[in-house]
Design a protein. Structure first.
Ligand code: E4P
Length: 215
């Protein structure tokens, strides 16, 4: 499974890139707003740090406007991916951009039917939101399993980005369910390599080491 970082924070990205754990980055308007910086400046900086795909989301709601925004954003870096909302206009923009050879990520997917529509429209990536489904009492991970089955049934080239990831269990379950990618908040990633028994084990080894005779 590939790991994307779900953040607009350059320091978080730099910290985790040095561990070889970053295959790409996703952003959204809320994450960009948290940084209090210019959108273009943030995306250009991230694309210069990360080799893989970096999703930048359009804010227009009309198809033609989305296309204009996308054509501007793709000039910023070769590894930028256009994130589009799961609407009729978003599907139109996805289809047009695909014809132009521009990579897309259709976001805010909450049903298998939405994911199938986006894949049919040519989306490079689809982003089903597991956390927000769990929030309303619907099992988010079932959507990942269903989408993976659909994509495999028809050998579709679209990749599933498991999004709205909130916990270690989400990351583990995303891998078991066959999500091609999990996009993980930068703040969650360090919890993935930590365990109290690991820390206790290190402390005990170091303590015992003190009793080893030193020449
Ligand atoms: C990523 O593409 C999504 O925008 C993000 O994972 C949404 O996460 P949230 O539901 O925690 O805001």
């Amino acid at each position: 499974m590939k790991f994307f970082l779900d953040t607009g924070n350059v320091e978080e990205i730099k910290r985790i890139v040095r561990l070889g754990l970053v295959d790409g980055v996703t952003t959204n308007p809320s994450l960009i707003a948290k940084e209090g910086r210019d959108f273009k400046e943030v995306i250009k900086e991230i694309t210069s740090i990360v080799d893989g795909p970096v999703s930048a989301e359009v804010i227009s709601t009309k198809g033609e406007e989305m296309l204009k925004e996308a054509e501007e954003i793709v000039k910023w870096a070769p590894n930028v991916v256009i994130k589009l909302p799961m609407t009729e206009d978003g599907l139109y923009a996805c289809h047009e951009l695909t014809k132009r050879g521009i990579k897309t990520n259709v976001t805010l997917i909450f049903t298998a039917a939405q994911g199938l529509m986006a894949a049919k429209a040519g989306a490079t990536y689809i982003s089903p939101f597991v956390g927000r489904l769990d929030d309303i009492g619907v099992e988010g991970m079932k959507l990942i399993r269903d989408l993976r089955t659909i994509i495999d049934n028809y050998n579709m080239p679209t990749e599933i980005i498991v999004a709205s990831v909130r916990s270690i269990a989400h990351v583990e379950q995303a891998a078991i369910a066959g999500g091609h990618i999990a996009t993980i908040p930068g703040s969650l990633v360090p919890t993935l390599w930590k365990h109290p028994l690991t820390d206790n084990g290190i402390a005990r080894f170091l303590k015992d080491w003190e009793s080893v005779p030193k020449k």
